[in-house]
Design a protein around this ligand. Sequence first.
Ligand code: COI
Ligand code: CYT
Length: 599
Amino acid sequence: MKRRSVIAIAGFLAACLLVPGWGTALAEKAPPPLAKPVIGVILPFSPAFATIAREQKNAIDLAVAEAGAPVDIIFKDGGGDGPTSTAAFNELFGGGKTPLAVITCSSWASGAVHPLAAEKGVFHIAIASAAMSRTHPRHSVRFTLDAAQEARQLREYLTRFQRIAVFHMDNDYGTNWAKILKQDLGGRMVISLPYDPENKDFRPALARIGEEKPDALVLLSAGTAAEIARQARETGIDAQLVGTRPIERRELLDKSAFTNGLVYTYPSHSFTHPVIQGYQAAYGAPPTIFGLEAYDAVTTLLAALGEGPTSPGALFSWYAKRVYQGALGEVTFDEQGDAVYPYLYKQIINGRFQIADFQYPLLLEKTRQEILQIFHKMDQDVALAAAELSAAGLTGKEADAILQRLCEKNEHAYDCVSVDARGTIVNVAPVDYAAVIGSSIAGQEQMIRLHATRRPVFSQAIETVEGFVGFDLQHPVLDPKRQFIGSVSILTHPTFFDRIVSGKVANFPVEIFLMQKDGRMVYDLNKEEIGRNVFTDPLFTPYPALLKVAKKMAESPRGSGRYDFLDKKLEKKVAKKLIWDTLVLHGTEFRLALAYLEG
Ligand code: COI
Ligand code: CYT
């Protein structure tokens, strides 16, 4: 610990010398005018994170200069661990200036400062802090997506690997992430080792990792990942390299011979925000997410202060549930004070950080597979119920139990009914829906097919007697003498597709929708579109490219295209790319499409 903080201080001093203007700013001891609010900023100027801290400081200087607001920013070195950050926080109270707010970078610094700031009544903003838990509610806001959320996204990519090794920084960021991965991966995580980010020689640990013959190596790292990648490759580890948000640092591109192919999760932030140009012009390199978070943190804080509130509670309320457009893109704060914004997969390709094209077909296929799996389970269960009802008959105690079981086994079932040979519902589970008994569904398209073929059927979107648009899976029931006596069905829950699709789209900047071959939209994130026909509804007619793509979708089971349409909120026209595939059950086809912004 001692040795580290000495290194940290040395790093801090080095940073002072390297950053023009900062050394002199620290040397000036003149007290500021009283009206100026003081904001303490604790950044990790220790060697392993110094470029991150400097970038954040640069971005904060830009934000302050742009706002032109009277504010006194005091930078402190939080080093690479909690105790150094705590000391930095305490130092803030030294010079007779009481900070109104404190900003901390890194999970360890934010975790250490959060309770102290709450006790001192200082409002707290955490940046670059994916792993931070709160003991004091309504006190800290955070501009970083929680690691658990990012992990939900990373998981989709990791499913293809069987022997996953994890090599993580031995700090709150690394250990918390490793814990999450352990939970997610179970036995597929074959080894997990910590490393000191100030270290230079990772070969002994990498040799241990190599013995496990991993097919993926997850690095919970910042810029050190470049050196780790080099040593890993030289040790003979040829595993796919995988990373998370902090890994996108210049060092990785300097060693692209070793880092090419790295796949990692990263915010899909705004690429057009003026600060990106401004930062590049001022500092000669583009900012990464570290700078963008710092910029948004200070910009919003100064905006909040400009509107009046200064107490921690009032400032917290200003942020909670707020939606703003910033350098991070569209950001929504939840009621805990955590920022939420989309992440996507990036990849180092040809020595550049690029948005990974593989993610679109990956997400489409994962969604398709999940829906198909549910279809097949429902189908097997309905087939079994049909066989059981053959002997039991469509009504009576035994039939009740069969329908009950069918429903309980299928969480996406709204209800399960048996239908007589004329197409009238004669039994239902759960019993609460008894009102549907006696209704004729003989005119529904799937019933007409079932009666004509006496084969299992899956409906298109139908108006159900239950009163919503749903999807109906029916199997014929034959009595023991093979006579047709009726059918048995699962009707899907009204939110069936929404539940599955929103789980998969999670936090990715994509939209997934379902269209029938006749052009009817059967599922879309935007409820206003559901039920409308792309070919005939006035909502779609102003978009000829969309109509053209929809026609192609109706004709071919899979394909791709581009079109212009309204954004997610149906507000402004945007260019989109589209890929689609098909879901089939008993001959009924749905086009499952994934759209994303062209960019
Ligand atoms: C985090 O803790 O989430 C970070 O990104 C810290 C960073 C200095 C590596
Ligand atoms: N309802 C149901 N059609 C309906 O309208 N439960 C099955 C089929």
